[in-house]
Design a protein around this ligand. Structure first.
Ligand code: WTA
Length: 654
């Protein structure tokens, strides 16, 4: 693709072009894709509503751009290399490769299978799968029909799956009999069945056979059969399929993410802008070479992003970005430490991975397990290392650069969000000089501004404040599903005319950006966003809990850990049992990622006259600092602070 930047001068030139005339800049990028009909208007927007439309009037199918477009040039090149959980040791399951042509056939078959279940353009389909090729095939099969996928991370609880499925009104669910995770076999179908007991709209379920576990295939519902085997449905389908032409601004997917208030919201991305933005950012940030035809002398890189497709990173840089660019992706079903902490490095050597993109949590966890797990491996195929999801602290940055990248590979620390669709601020690999713990410079088309709490822009270098974006880029969210006002309130109301990210940031003396973390009530645990209100609601489901407050605290591996304070009724429970039950309640309602590290039973919570919990105090205490709570004169119950300090002291937990 001709929009790849190759030098720092080139970056500066492109950046300037993108600011002077954003619409024209993105039009030139969009020209590189296959459109059934060209757009009428490149950009039309009003940030205050918000209303953003890119490439209005354009007709296209994103899957035609991911797959069909590549069939002549790279049909026999690998699109997906699948490394199973149990891919090493005495009786490994072999890894599996799907070429572009094979992936195309599978997606076509799956599109037919969905269409036979009545799925039409605009319908929502929920996907609850492990990280196996079928997850990608399922997403693309929806998109090929113009249907909207809503992927729910396989680690989420039945209740979380139910809420998301109902919120987007999905009629069909795609799941699997089970999933492998390290030593464990996860009963995914059982979890899906439990969720579906509360999903009256779901009439059909496609079940991928992964573990071979015995699962009930249900009858009932408005049709005589609710559950269908995926492999049977695909086997009886044609390997070619006429892709549906969608409008550029038609919905591509809904992805639920946590905010500071209420339930998770369904972030909506649309087809045209998301396509252009993910492909552009993928090419430029990672500088991934896609080969060209068989026997070509152009190198073909192997891109491994460790994210699950249940997160935005798995949408943009497992599925869409790399396939749009014709690259080869590797996906791995298992966990970093199974069967031992050398597993990632073993996979890199086994498949000659050139690009490795992961989260700081994984980097810190592997660092903590010791360098002896790296020593058996060469890691000589690696060219580029990436990081995403939370701040990559200096120590972890240096370890990653030195021990994994052997000081040969640029580390691209990429800042972005579910809502931004693709990478916003990051070095371009090998082009932008890097600096530990800094995400460096904005990509072309991205206009970051740092504001103070009044919304005044802090211009120049050496400033610190809240990070906003001034102008629409093609990957920006368009709405939150079913509730546009919530989208406006959450992102566009704090600072009029700006998109507010929820992150604090600093511009250093050279203009490099450093992300300081969330400034709202969102906790980032191992790179996963959780709203404090969401966790509090889950804790409050326990019948013995009267009230709770949740804050984040610095955690050496996870970045942030969850620290909960709960006012409880202890009449017929021991404190230890209740703490355990509270943690289990959160796991049941949200999933294991939301399990609180610490639960402190307290007699009350510090509140202001207006009834607001003064979280600042709870945060300092959770961080181990009981010496400085700042001004507490507005509390109605200042005496409670001492009592909470005492409770924390008496209840220290691992
Ligand atoms: C945080 C993940 C520091 C940030 C793609 C953001 C980061 C939230 C970085 C979005 C980074 C993401 N450095 N912080 N490189 N990347 N974040 O929606 O707080 O799961 O707002 O998207 O993760 O998380 P989300």
């Amino acid at each position: 693709m001709s929009f790849t930047i190759t030098s720092l001068g080139g970056y500066i030139h492109e950046y300037q072009k993108s600011i002077l005339n954003p619409a024209q800049f993105w039009e030139q990028i969009a020209e590189e894709f296959f459109w059934r009909k060209r757009w009428d208007v490149a950009l039309s927007h009003d940030f205050s509503e918000p209303r953003v439309e890119w490439f209005r009037g354009g007709k296209l199918n994103i899957v035609e751009n991911c797959l069909d477009r590549h069939l002549f040039t790279r049909g026999d090149q690998p699109a997906i290399i699948f490394e199973p959980n149990n891919g090493t040791g005495a009786t490994p399951e072999p890894s599996r490769t799907l070429t572009y042509r094979q992936l195309h056939s599978e997606v076509c078959r799956a599109s037919h299978a969905l269409a036979r279940l009545g799925v039409q353009q605009g319908d929502r389909v929920a996907i609850y799968l492990p990280l196996i090729p079928e997850a990608i095939i399922a997403m693309l099969a929806c998109a090929r029909l113009g249907a909207v996928h809503s992927v729910v991370f396989g680690g989420f609880s039945p209740q979380a799956l139910r809420e998301r499925t109902n919120d987007c009104g999905a009629r069909v669910l795609i799941t699997a009999d089970g999933a492998y995770r390290g030593e464990k076999e996860v009963a995914l179908k059982a979890a899906a069945d439990e969720a579906l007991r509360g999903c009256p709209l779901v009439t059909d379920v496609l079940v991928v056979k992964r573990t071979g576990a015995e699962v009930p295939m249900m009858k009932g519902g408005p049709k005589d059969r609710r559950d269908h085997w995926w492999h049977e449905a695909l086997a009886s389908s044609e390997p070619t399929h006429e892709a549906v032409a969608t409008d550029a601004e038609d919905m591509l997917f809904v992805l639920y993410t946590s905010g500071s208030t209420g339930k998770p919201k369904g972030v909506v991305h649309t087809v045209g802008g998301y396509m252009v933005y993910t492909a552009y950012t993928f090419k430029n940030v990672f500088q991934c070479r896609s080969g060209h035809g068989s026997g070509s002398s152009i190198e073909r890189d192997i891109f491994w992003c460790t994210a699950d497709v249940g997160w935005i990173t798995g949408h943009s840089y497992v599925t869409y970005g790399p396939l749009l660019a014709g690259s080869t992706i590797l996906i791995y079903e298992g966990i970093p430490t199974y069967p031992d902490p050398g597993r990632y490095w073993e996979i890199i050597d086994k498949h000659h991975v050139t690009h490795f993109y992961t989260a700081p949590t994984a980097i810190r966890a592997l660092q903590a397990l010791g360098n002896e797990h790296i020593e058996p491996y060469h890691l000589s195929s690696l060219r580029v290392l990436g990081s995403v999801g939370e701040p990559l602290n200096e120590d972890a940055w240096h370890w990653y650069h030195h021990h994994i990248g052997k000081e040969r590979c640029p580390v691209v620390d990429t800042w972005w969000q579910t809502e931004t669709g693709g990478i916003m601020i990051a070095p371009l690999a090998g082009i932008t000089p890097t600096k530990p713990a800094h995400v460096t410079l904005p990509l072309p088309g991205v206009q970051p501004v740092i504001v103070d709490t009044n919304g005044t822009e802090l211009v120049g270098n050496s400033v610190e404040g809240n990070l906003c974006i001034r102008f629409p880029w093609p990957g920006i969210l368009r709405t939150t599903f079913g509730d546009h006002e919530r989208c406006r309130q959450s992102y566009f109301s704090q600072y009029p005319g700006l998109y507010f990210t929820g992150d604090g940031a600093k511009r250093d003396e050279n203009g490099y950006i450093r992300i300081l973390g969330r400034v709202d009530d969102v906790i980032n645990v191992s790179g996963h966003r959780l709203g404090t209100a969401e966790i509090e609601n889950a804790i409050n489901e326990h019948p013995k809990v009267l009230e709770s407050a949740v804050v984040g605290y610095p955690h050496p591996i996870k970045g942030e850990g969850i620290y909960a304070y709960a006012i409880v009724d202890l009449t017929d429970r021991s404190a230890d049992n209740l703490v355990r039950e509270i943690k289990e309640t959160v796991v049941r309602i949200i999933g294991p990622i939301a399990r609180p590290e610490v639960v402190i039973l307290v007699p009350g919570l510090p509140k202001t006259r207006s009834g607001k919990i003064m979280r600042r105090i709870l945060r300092s205490l959770a961080a181990g600092d009981a010496s400085n709570f700042g001004d507490t004169s507005t509390l109605i119950n200042p005496e409670i602070v001492e009592q909470i300090v005492a409770a924390v002291g008496s209840m220290s937990q691992p």
